[in-house]
Structures are given as C-alpha cells and as structure tokens.
Design a protein. Sequence first.
Length: 254
Amino acid sequence: MRDINVIREDYNEYIMQQLHEYEISLGMIGSAIERMKAKKLISENVQITGRIKSFKSAYLNYERDKKIDDCFGLRIVAKQEELVKIREELAKLLTVKSTKDHRKRMNTGYNAVHQMVYLNNEFIDGLKDIDPHLFPLLEIQYWDEETERDCFNGNLSYAHYKHRDIKKMAKQYNENPESVYEELPTYYEIEGKEVKRLSKEETLDRMYPELKTELEENQEQMLDIGWEKRHIVEKPIMCFFFCNNYWLLASNSI
C-alpha cells in the first residue's frame, strides 16, 4: 500500500494544478447568478460559497468509494423556486454529468440536489493563457434556506454529520490549533465575479459554530476559576505566647 504522505503530496499537487481554473469557474458561475439578481429574477439573498475538500476528507472517500471525484465544489442557497431558475440558467453554462436528488431519500431531512458538472467548451475557448483540460469537474449543491438552517444549527450540522465531539475538538484546538486547521477544507465566498478565499479561522467559524461557543464557555469558566483563586480568603492563624509576664496574641492576618 502506498505511503499516506506520498498520497497527500499527490493530492495537493492535483489540487494546485487545477486551482486557478477552479477559481475562474467560481467567478463565471457567480457572474451568471449576479446577472440574474440584476434582472430581478432572483433575490439578493441568494448565497454562493465554494469549497475544496481537505486531504483527510478526500482520502476517507477514496477508501470507501475507491475514487475521488468531488474535490472541487460550490453551494448555492436560495428559495426552492429560485433554485429552479438558477439551475435552468446555469444549464446554458454547464454540462451536467450526473444528478443526485437527496430530497427523494426518506427520513434524512436533507432536501438538497447535488450535480456533477463541467464548464461548456464554448465558454473556455475564449479565455487566454488557460489550459482547457485543467478545468475540474465540479460538484454543485443546491440548498434551500431551510436546509441551510438545519445544516448549520440543527441535526444536519457539520459536527453532527461528521460525528465530531465538540468538547474533544475544543481541547485539540487549545493544544494545537494547526492540527484542527489541517482537517478543514478550503472555503470561498463568491459575490459576482469576486472570489474570496477564507482564512482557516473564518472557515472554522463557518463550519463549526458550536466550537466557538464551546471555546467561549471554556474561557469564561477559566476566568471564573482564576477569579475564585484570587479571592480565596486565608483563615487567620492565631496563637498566644507568654512574654515579659504578659500573654501576647500573634496572627497571620493583617
């Protein structure tokens, strides 16, 4: 079996080879949705984010499925009726390779549609200094607003989905933040053609809002413990001793 560090290096090289073209893809999709907003076809509340899988997540998928095919992704959050319009508009820009409708799965609560897509050649050919073969296959996740709420604050939260123990994660973060960061994906915020790569700290806050709450509670507890230690009142120690025909009182209190 190949050494995991070699696999990690290969994966990182694979990502870097297609990173520029991926970010161009995000900008093109973001621009298409921005034009829809300008025409009042959809509301200004539609959100777009991008993500590149961490090596850990990609490797776990590879062990399970023996393939890695959704390293590069983006998520669109809107009302259901807006998502239909967006999919119709993006069909002019993208070719859909496969669709997975999670809404048809019973009792999951995950009402999302996932599509594996790639940019149509007609939109790539006009770009200068770009290798068309480096445009990656993209996974687009279409979420409605209810799904977003459940995924960030409910039973579908990332911590719940990944079976992460937030208390253990907080302990790990306090001891070695980098060990937590290296398990995170790379996240993007997209506004029109503007593509912003988030810092690891920003990504952590977005993915695990429960962790921030846990860390703040731990800090408050430590402050309370420190305050109590500083305000412990020593019990005075008193004794009598005989000196020059008098009983005298001695104490450690001031």
